[in-house]
Design a protein around this ligand. Sequence first.
Ligand SMILES: *Cc1c(COP(=O)(O)O)cnc(C)c1O
Length: 228
Amino acid sequence: MQTIAERLNSALKGIDQAATSAHRPPNSVKLLAVSKTKPVSDIMEAYEAGQRMFGENYVQEGVEKVQELSHLDDLEWHMIGPIQSNKTKIVAEHFDWVQSVDREKIARRLNEQRPDSLPPLNVCIQVNIDDEESKSGISPGELSSLIEFIESQERLTLRGLMAIPKANPSEEQQHKSLAKLKELFDHYHTSLSNFDTLSVGMSSDMTEAIQHGSTMVRVGTAIFGKRN
Ligand SMILES: *Cc1c(COP(=O)(O)O)cnc(C)c1O
C-alpha cells in the first residue's frame, strides 16, 4: 500500500510529465487535492508532504474541516460542489475559492455575504461543457452574461472556468469537449485581467486535460484512495 505522500508525489510527477510533453512549463498546472469524504488526518498527511490547496464538495463537511484546520494559515480551500442558496453565507465565510458558481443568484449572494475582513472571494464559473442533464453548470451560450455580472461584483474575483467533462468518453468526444472548453477559456483569458484558471481534469483524465490547456487539475482518488 502506498502512503498519501507517495501518491501525492506520483500525481505531481504525472502533472510535470503531462505538461512537459505538451510543451508547457511544469509550474503552469496546479494540483487541487480533493479531500471530500476523507478525514482531517488524511488532509494532514498531504499537508505534511507539502500540499496546500484542498477541494471539498459538500458544504457542511467542508466547513467543519476548514474550522478544524484554521490554525494552519497557509491552507487554500476550494468549494467545488453544487451550492444551494441557503448555504452561500457559510461558504462565503469559510472558503478562499468557489469553483461551482453557475447562476447569478448564487454569485450575488456570495458577493453580499463575503465578510469585509476577508479578501474578495475567488470564483470560477462551472460550465456544463457536454450539455449533460445530470450535471450542474451553465451552458456555454449563457456564459457571457454571467461573466459580465460577476465582473461587476466588488467582493468577487472572477478567476476562470471549471468543468467536469463526460465520464468514460471516446477519445474523439474527449478531445472535442476539452478543445471547446479551451477555446471558451482563451476567449476571456485574453480580455479579463484575473481570468487565469481553467480547472479541468481529475484522477482519470488529468493527462488529457493538461494536453488541452488545463491550469488546475482536481485530484481525489489518485491521492487519497477510493471513497466509501
Ligand atoms: C470528486 C471530484 C473530483 C475528484 O475526482 P477523482 O476522480 O476522485 O479524482 C474532482 N472534481 C469534482 C468536481 C469532484 O466532485
